[in-house]
Design a protein around this ligand. Structure first.
Ligand SMILES: *Cc1c(COP(=O)(O)O)cnc(C)c1O
Length: 367
């Protein structure tokens, strides 16, 4: 694609000079697991989020799973939005729970607190609000809906590093926040990576044990754990990118505001809505159009790397057929799946390319 959906090459180019000596140090000393770079990254990311603890892990799916294990959802139910990346629901099953899907708000695409309240039952152990596309779900309303229960809130902040709501960051709202540093996320590693954030020292310790074979000291395995470590190489890359994240998110915000402005008069394009109180970091810029697949094909023909997040809602995937849902169960998520279209957005998108995307979209929906 001439205009890609994301541009990781420009990110790497921007950090290349700073990164080279650190990378060389890690490679030449062969210190690949743990060490001061990992510890530093954890401190810096905790500070960035505004929490006491960050535990780095191998990827974001592990982060959601281990966060859910730490609050203990085994044999219980976990409420999850019907339109999210499949990993959110996978993590619930891997943690021993059953996903209970709820539909989302038609304007913001975020979990609907009233539907959460209606879905809470005696077996509910946790709710996972997903901060989809770069803005926070209405977490305080979810917390309110859970008032008087022991149900834990575990944030899925994989798409929202640096986003905030009422001044409080993604990852600082729930009992635990899980996030992913998959390369294409707002803060992305040079491979797989993830983390959880929390103010609770016990939950932080449990996640750390779970990710390190259940052990704090070598060969002392207190609980049954897993191997989910952040590589030192990834910590080094993440530290250099974290320093630039606020500025990169600002560039995304500028691009998003430009799209909103340039597309405001296009009737056939439904623009994304920022929920009140939110500082959006535009992981994705998602519009809705009729006849989406035809529009997408026309954009691809003209070299515009638009995408679809996501073409199939969780309940209609083969993986979750066992939940027993049918088409019609989550009308908003289903309508989204057939109409959403992600336009190229990233910190290095220049105005000329963006103008071309806008023109291509105008042409594509006019046909
Ligand atoms: C990317 C993502 C994940 C999973 O992260 P990985 O690092 O790819 O395992 C989980 N939830 C959401 C919403 C995501 O976008």
């Amino acid at each position: 694609m001439t205009i890609p959906l994301v541009d990781l090459v420009s990110q790497m180019r921007e950090i290349a000079d700073d990164l080279a000596p650190d990378l060389e140090r890690v490679l030449s000393t062969a210190a690949f697991i743990g060490g001061p770079d990992v510890a530093r990254f954890e401190e810096e990311y905790a500070q960035f989020v505004g929490v006491e603890h960050c535990v780095s892990l191998a990827n974001g799916t592990d982060a959601v799973e281990l966060a859910l294990r730490a609050v203990d959802v085994a044999a219980g139910e976990v409420i999850v939005p019907a339109n999210t990346f499949i990993a959110t629901a996978e993590a619930v099953v891997r943690a021993g729970g059953t996903p209970v899907l709820v539909d989302v708000d038609d304007d913001t695409f975020l979990i609907d607190p009233e539907r959460v309240a209606a879905a809470v039952g005696p077996r509910t152990r946790a709710v996972v609000p997903v901060h989809l596309y770069g803005q926070l779900a209405p977490v305080e309303q979810v917390v309110e809906a859970l008032d008087g229960t022991t149900v834990a809130v575990v944030e899925d902040g994989a798409q929202s590093q640096g986003a905030s709501r009422a001044g409080r960051a993604s990852g600082a709202w729930g009992a635990v926040g899980a996030t992913s540093f998959y390369p294409g996320k707002n803060l992305g590693a040079a491979g797989d990576a993830g983390a959880v954030t929390t103010d609770d020292p016990d939950l932080a310790r449990t996640v750390r044990l779970l990710g390190a074979h259940g052990s704090e000291r070598k060969y002392d395995h207190e609980i049954l754990g897993f191997n989910s470590r952040l590589d030192t190489v990834q910590a080094v890359v993440l530290r250099h990118k974290l320093r630039r994240l606020a500025q990169w998110n600002k560039a995304r915000r500028r691009a998003a505001e430009r799209y909103l402005d340039l597309l405001a008069d296009v009737e056939r394009v439904r623009l994304p809505v920022v929920a009140s109180g939110n500082e959006h970091v535009w992981h994705l810029f998602v519009v809705r159009v009729d006849d989406r697949d035809a529009v997408l094909a026309r954009l691809h023909e003209t070299g515009v790397g638009a995408g679809v997040h996501y073409p199939v809602p969780v309940h209609l995937t083969g993986a979750f057929a066992s939940l027993g849902h049918t088409r019609g169960d989550f009308p908003v998520a289903e309508a989204m799946a057939s109409s959403v279209l992600s336009l190229p957005i990233h910190p290095h998108l220049d105005d000329a390319d963006q103008d071309r995307v806008v023109q291509a979209l105008r042409d594509a929906v006019a046909r």
